[in-house]
Ligand binder design. Structure first.
Ligand SMILES: Nc1ncnc2c1ncn2[C@@H]1O[C@H](COP(=O)(O)OP(=O)(O)O)[C@@H](O)[C@H]1O
Ligand SMILES: [Mg+2]
Length: 254
């Protein structure tokens, strides 16, 4: 398998991962996973709870090292890749600091970079504007709805202008209506910024509405059951026939 050296491309080659179980034995969590994420595409990793989705995303992000296989980013093996600032990770929980305003939470992502405070602040304001929250810059997390908190977390992931955005079930705690709004928002920003997005979900409809390609994982140990391309026009909604059919197919696989 070869990968073109394009900014934003990700390739996973034969990745296997073991964890130690509580009795000390080795538990295999991922088995020989291979997949490719073309630059500027949106790929979903779909599977039941516990099948290794978060572990796979952690491996792609460099947070976890696999026992076998390797990751390429922009065509370079992950261990030689030196631009991790261009890769953002949005966690399942929003992880906002309760004692900081929305603006200061977004700025937090810039604080390691030795940037001037005024520069940090103007970039953070830009990112809040991008997610439609400029009017709430001075609000604290407890003053924000779930959807707004999610937008702040998204702004914090975007403020470094990543080429690649990794997301672990980022909208799973939102109600259906707010989730649908976040999906629209995310696709708008993805188009605007031309990012590559890899996101983890157990929600078939989320995968089918957002993704260009879906990696369906089978459980224990996690392995690729099927790679499904989704070539449907956007915006999609699951009341459309073709979209519903794809969703039905994905459901049958997990
Ligand atoms: N650090 C760890 N140590 C031991 N086992 C782990 C660790 N992280 C995850 N696991 C186990 O690996 C399996 C897959 O976990 P995870 O990747 O979180 O799945 P998912 O995100 O699909 O729900 C689970 O059985 C989980 O208990
Ligand atoms: Mg998970």
């Amino acid at each position: 398998m070869h990968t073109t050296a394009v900014a934003g491309a990700i390739a996973v080659h034969g990745v296997s991962k073991w964890f130690s179980a509580s009795d000390g034995s080795a538990l295999q969590v991922l088995d020989n996973i291979s997949l490719e994420v073309p630059a500027h595409s949106v790929v979903a990793i779909l599977g039941a709870s516990g099948c290794g989705k978060s572990t796979l995303l952690n491996i792609i992000s460099g947070l976890v090292t696999p026992e076998r296989g390797e990751i390429h980013i922009n065509g370079v093996p992950a261990r030689e890749f030196d631009d991790w600032r261009s890769v953002s990770y949005m966690f399942q929980e929003d992880r906002l600091l309760p004692w900081r305003t929305a603006l200061r939470n977004v700025e937090f992502a810039l604080e390691a970079g030795g940037m001037l405070r005024s520069e940090r602040e103007s970039r953070a304001r830009e990112a809040l504007k991008l997610v439609g929250l400029e009017a709430f810059a001075d609000a604290f997390p407890y003053q924000l709805s779930g959807g707004m908190r999610s937008r702040v977390a998204l702004a914090r992931s975007l403020v470094l202008e990543p080429c690649i955005l990794l997301m672990d079930e980022p909208f799973s705690r939102l109600d259906a209506l707010t989730r649908a709004q976040m999906h629209e928002e995310l696709l708008r920003i993805q188009q605007l910024k031309n990012m590559t997005i890899v996101f983890v979900t157990h929600d078939v409809e989320e995968a089918v509405v957002l993704a260009d390609g879906v990696v369906v994982l089978a459980p224990r140990p996690g392995r690729v059951r099927e790679l499904v391309a989704i070539n449907l026009p956007r915006p999609r909604d699951t009341t459309q026939n073709a979209t519903a059919q794809q969703a039905h197919h994905l459901k049958s696989l997990i």
